[in-house]
Design a protein around this ligand. Structure first.
Ligand SMILES: *Cc1c(COP(=O)(O)O)cnc(C)c1O
Length: 458
């Protein structure tokens, strides 16, 4: 098909899609939507027949434990957790109060999962990205006799191993944070690293990477173009590895490990999760790997007692679009006339992962899409009430508890699932996906934006 015909084909398809799913007409108008997933299934059913399993998550956790002595050595800030990269789970009652003063009507406890403060990369990408590179390094070392099974992985911190790995290169396409996590860990292991970034990637992220010896290539097109270039370059070189954000099972499993760790944190804080104590989790979504992997892990751990909602910018609502239409990666936000441009750089993705969309189609409760300016008002409110800074992308997650009790669609969901009467004993976890590496001057600029958007006028 030539490009003009394809263009006409998409337009016709879009009109049909809007007829079939009125919510898509709303999304095309940049309106915020609340989508309840009609494919949500009982956990046992949703977890059946997938290409990933609970054993795969355990395998990933075990690999992270093997690498802990190396991580501890190279990133001393992880020493207090013995080389495991994990984030705090913190209750944020003042934020809840402030949200309720604005009419959110949140019932139950409000908590923050602070992946914004994960060691090494300062974002959720420290889970999947770092895991995937560690796995690649392990496979190379074992295959070339640089590491014997049972030997301490602290060896990866030594000059011999670094020298060996410097003969290999890693490529990744990124809107920002994935590049940071892959870049930092790959450089620490000795790999040659190339991060292919879209034009909307933040300057400080590029600067930070370059300061660590990472090669940063910039592309004027969208994120998809950066990914394609990275993949092509890596495929041309057998000693090169491409981190495939859209299809990687390793990334997905690295993220999924979060769930078992969260379960331990909840029980350490004596917070039950069961039928009488439902757990709600809100996660910002880009291409889907991070929130999808976490969702898969959470369903393994908590089954039908966890209810997971994604949040996406109105301009980059690709996962919702892919799941609603069932077209997954065969549709992008540009197909319905959106630009895909958003201030939430971590979520600025126009085409979702098919692997993730299909895998979690029976697990996701629904999604809230959000306008950019609200990201800044959530950001400022969290700073003012709890003194915690998280980046605008990750603030999308606050849209979940902000609207759960107010929007008609989500209220009906709560009633249908007999959850309304259990909300006093519910826990809501907002997944803060990034922020601690954001430089002070950029934070101040965000705060000014929050005020100019009117968030300060309370
Ligand atoms: C990457 C990212 C996400 C979403 O992860 P995906 O795997 O792209 O869906 C959310 N928040 C932040 C801050 C991110 O960097």
């Amino acid at each position: 098909m030539d490009s003009e015909n394809r263009e006409v084909g998409i337009k016709m398809k879009t009109e049909e899609l809007k007829q079939e799913h009125p919510i898509i007409a709303e999304m095309a108008l940049e309106h915020e939507v609340t989508w309840i997933n009609p494919m949500l299934a009982p956990a046992a059913e949703a977890l059946e027949g997938l290409s990933v399993s609970a054993e795969d998550i355990q395998d990933a956790e075990a690999r992270l434990e093997r690498f802990a002595p190396f991580i501890r050595e190279v990133f001393p800030e992880t020493a207090e957790r013995d080389g495991l990269i994990e984030s705090p789970l913190k209750e944020i009652p003042s934020m809840k109060e402030a949200m309720n003063r604005e009419g959110c009507g949140i019932r139950g406890r409000l908590m923050l999962k602070m992946d914004s403060h994960l060691a090494v990369a300062g974002s959720v990408k420290a889970r999947g990205g770092i895991y995937e590179i560690l796995k690649y390094a392990e496979s190379l070392a074992l295959a070339h006799g640089m590491l014997r099974p049972g030997e301490s992985y602290v060896k990866f911190a030594g000059p011999e191993m670094k020298n060996f790995l410097s003969g290999y290169s890693v490529h990744v396409g990124s809107t920002g944070n994935l590049g940071l996590s892959i870049g930092i860990i790959s450089a620490a292991l000795g790999f040659q690293v190339n991060v292919h970034m879209s034009a909307d990637a933040k300057q400080w992220k590029k600067d930070l990477l370059r300061s660590k010896g990472v090669h940063v290539a910039e592309y004027t097109g969208d994120y998809g173009k950066a990914v394609r270039e990275g993949r092509a370059l890596a495929e041309a070189d057998p000693r090169s590895y491409f981190v495939d954000d859209e299809n990687s099972k390793d990334l997905f499993l690295g993220y999924a490990v979060a769930a078992g760790r969260l379960k331990s944190q909840l029980s350490a804080q004596k917070i039950p999760v069961d039928r009488e104590h439902p757990l709600f989790v809100y996660i910002p979504c880009g291409v889907g790997g991070a929130p999808g992997g976490i969702t898969f892990g959470l369903k393994q751990e908590f089954g039908d007692n966890v209810h997971i909602f994604f949040e996406e910018p109105v301009q980059a609502c690709c996962m919702a679009l892919g799941m609603i239409t069932g077209l997954h990666d065969r549709i992008c936000v540009q197909d319905i006339g959106l630009t895909g441009r958003t201030e939430a750089d971590g979520l600025a993705v126009g085409r979702p992962s098919k692997f993730v969309g299909k895998t979690i189609s029976g697990m996701l409760a629904g999604e809230f899409t959000v306008c950019d300016q609200k990201l800044y008002s959530h950001m400022k409110m969290l700073m003012d009430t709890e003194g915690i800074f998280i980046e605008p992308s990750s603030c999308a997650a606050f849209e979940g508890p902000s609207r759960l009790f107010r929007d008609r669609e989500s209220r009906e969901f709560l009633e249908r699932k007999a959850l309304q009467e259990r909300m006093e004993s519910a826990v809501h976890i907002v997944w803060a996906t990034g922020g601690s590496l954001v430089p002070q001057d950029v934070r101040e600029e965000y705060c000014r934006k929050a005020v100019s958007h009117g968030a300060g006028d309370r």
